[in-house]
Design a protein around this ligand. Structure first.
Ligand code: MN3
Length: 241
């Protein structure tokens, strides 16, 4: 079952699709966790140039991050998939992550790394195309955190306080928004994660994501992140969860 079909079952067209294609019914029941967009097992094209996020993220960092670090996770995940005989045509990456404890540490680190970076690239956009959360999402920020500012503070604190390498997250779970962080390349889809839910927005706080420009100043990197978020993507994932 492809992630595209899974996506369709969980999208606004779900009802129509189910009427037209009865076998999608099984996809709906088999799959408790909503895929974030259409992330698959391949590294997708970036969709913007390495320098388009400057000055928040410099071009060299983006190039090394995408072509070396992230590409490495995808390759190592693919190696683990072969070694562990995973049928990726029958298993969405979200499903694999949901039972990551039954795979190797190599799979956990690299499937997590692959998924997290694919989501990260989609969540970024050029600073000059500034945009905001949609009305429904903004309402939910107020309900869940008191205000959008309070959400930003909580997210930034999660990103600052993650010791060593990891990710800060905004997740949706049962209509509620939560903020937290995960170590290494873990994410909130994984059965091993303390933080659980559908990832809506993730921030990479590994030093490789910011060290060339910011060195030890992780807080400055985090504050620059707010001007390069692609809220359209976050809105879309929110609408699916
Ligand atoms: Mn990274």
């Amino acid at each position: 079952m492809s992630s595209r079909r899974k996506f369709i079952t969980q999208s606004a067209q779900a009802t129509a699709a189910l009427i037209m294609v009865p076998d999608l019914l099984s996809a709906t029941t088999a799959q408790p966790i909503v895929p974030a967009g259409e992330i698959g097992y391949k590294q997708e094209a970036l969709g913007y140039s390495f320098n388009s996020l400057e000055p928040s993220i410099d071009a060299l960092t983006m190039e090394i991050h995408y072509t070396k670090h992230a590409a490495g996770y995808t390759k190592n995940m693919s190696d683990a998939i072969l070694a562990e005989k995973v049928d990726t045509s029958a298993l969405a990456i979200t499903e694999l992550l949901a039972k990551i404890s039954s795979y190797s540490t190599k799979m956990r680190n690299n499937a997590g790394g692959h998924y997290n970076h694919e989501l990260f690239w989609k969540s970024l956009r050029a600073p000059r195309t500034f945009n905001m959360p949609g009305d429904a999402l903004m309402k939910r920020f107020k309900e869940s955190f008191g205000s959008f500012d309070a959400f930003q503070t909580k997210f930034s604190d999660a990103a600052k306080s993650r010791f060593g390498s990891g990710w800060a997250w905004l997740v949706g779970e049962n209509g509620k928004l939560k903020v937290g962080s995960t170590p290494n390349q873990d994410n909130p889809l994984m059965d091993v994660s303390d933080l659980k839910g559908t990832p809506l927005l993730g921030l990479d706080v590994w030093e490789h994501a910011y060290y060339l420009k910011y060195q030890n100043r992780r807080a400055d990197y985090i504050s620059s992140f707010w001007s390069i978020i692609n809220w359209d993507q976050v809105n879309e994932r929110f609408n699916q969860c």
